[in-house]
Design a protein around this ligand. Structure first.
Ligand code: BG6
Ligand code: MG
Length: 226
């Protein structure tokens, strides 16, 4: 039996995998960084990928040497401001914003009887999936409000496997974030990175673009690691 034969479920991150909303999170955090006086950089933007809202704010404040400059209430205000900005940026999302190959991949998975779930740290993910017209593929998703630990801890990917009634080793996780790949690996699932091969080198396999995500391509890569 090949590694591929044991796979029964696919667990997707949303921002940066299903649609390019990672850039909207970045844009909204960039504005907050400007407000609190933290210099923005690509490195900082990448460190925020996959990280939940309050933890992202803490990273931005720390990067600017302002870790203890804000009260809890002020931090809540900053996080709310970022979220309002982000919601404005995603207001115009339509099915045209689905990343290349994703709808075809989801359709193929469904036709082949695979189970599918979502492991996004974003409280906005259900609204994003709705705007993209992809709800039908994901009746069972993890509510990030139920988590005690964010990525890179494995909890979200373990919960996603559990709601599909699968063992972690029966699941593939798909992520664009380093923290996300770490979470999938720690959960004992098979990890697929979307993006830079070097940055995502901990993944079982990496595709530079979602357009390469397909069952034949995954199966081919797995023959190489089996
Ligand atoms: C993740 C994004 O999917 O969700 C992060 O990669 C974001 O950038 C996190 O901070 C939480 O999102 P939200 O919408 O709940 O603030
Ligand atoms: Mg992501």
């Amino acid at each position: 039996m090949s590694l591929f034969d044991q796979i029964k479920g696919f667990i997707f991150d949303v921002d940066g995998v299903i649609t390019d909303t990672a850039r909207f999170h970045s844009q909204a955090w960039h504005a907050i960084a400007d407000q609190v006086g933290t210099p923005w950089s690509d490195d900082l933007a990448n460190r925020l990928r996959g990280i939940d809202r309050m933890e992202s704010l803490e990273i931005i404040l720390q990067a600017g040497g302002k870790a203890s400059a804000y009260t809890k209430a002020q931090k809540e205000e900053l996080a709310t401001k970022k979220n309002e900005h982000y919601k404005e940026l995603i207001a115009g999302l339509t099915p045209d914003d689905i990343l290349p190959g994703i709808r075809e991949f989801l359709t193929d998975l469904k036709e082949h009887g695979y189970q599918m779930s979502i492991a996004s740290a974003s409280h906005n993910a259900p609204a994003v999936l709705h705007s993209l017209g992809l709800d039908e593929f994901f009746p069972k998703i993890v509510d990030p409000g139920t988590l005690s630990q964010g990525k890179p801890e494995p909890e979200i990917f373990l919960k996603a496997a559990a709601i599909l009634d699968l063992e972690p080793r029966q699941c593939v996780g798909i992520e664009d974030a380093v923290a996300g790949i770490e979470a999938i690996d720690a959960a004992g699932e098979l990890s697929i990175g979307i993006g830079d091969k070097e940055a995502l080198r901990a993944a079982t396999m990496v595709f530079p673009s979602t357009s390469q995500l397909s069952l034949p391509n995954i199966s081919k890569q797995l023959l190489g690691v089996a």
